[in-house]
Design a protein around this ligand. Sequence first.
Ligand code: ZN
Length: 208
Amino acid sequence: MDGKFHAVIGAGTGVAVAQTTGQDAIGTAVLLAAGMVASLAPDLDTAGKLANKISLSHKMIQGFVRTAGILLGGYALLALSGAAMYIGLALGVFLLLLAPKFSQRLMLLVSGIAIIAAGIALEAIWAGLAGLYVVIASIASHRGCTHSLIGLLFFGVITFYIHEQFQITGLCWTLMLAYLSHLLADMRFIPGNKRGIKLFWPLSRKAI
Ligand SMILES: [Zn+2]
């Protein structure tokens, strides 16, 4: 499926969860953005040779990396002090300005490593795991592990730690449902998806 299609479903998921949990406008906007990010995450594995043919464009991945840079830099500036602030700021500027200049796969790989480093510096387990997710996606084949139940489970662990840190109502549901929506939308029963996904990877390589 097309990246825009996934993003729209993810945003819709966030709005639906916000409605169900009775959120105000800001809460709705946060869940909308979270749903969009989670629904695009599996296609971070499109950094390889197939990059031009498939769903997530170079520009979109650049947007991802730049947004991560802004969030990281902003968080370091507002919430941290001393050495941790400077490390966070430096990594944020790196993601915002330098990483998007690299080739797609390298950009993702170094961004993932930078996010892991930030996670360690900030003692944020979720960020370390999210960075690891990006690193794995950057070296995995397209529609491989990120499009499987193992990928969903790993994303679930990241979600768990995000919830531990931020405690935002509806965020868990939004992240998990949006990620799941991506896997469903890439399955073969949807018209136009000849390729399907290897849901039970690595146990079975059969495309579903
Ligand atoms: Zn996909």
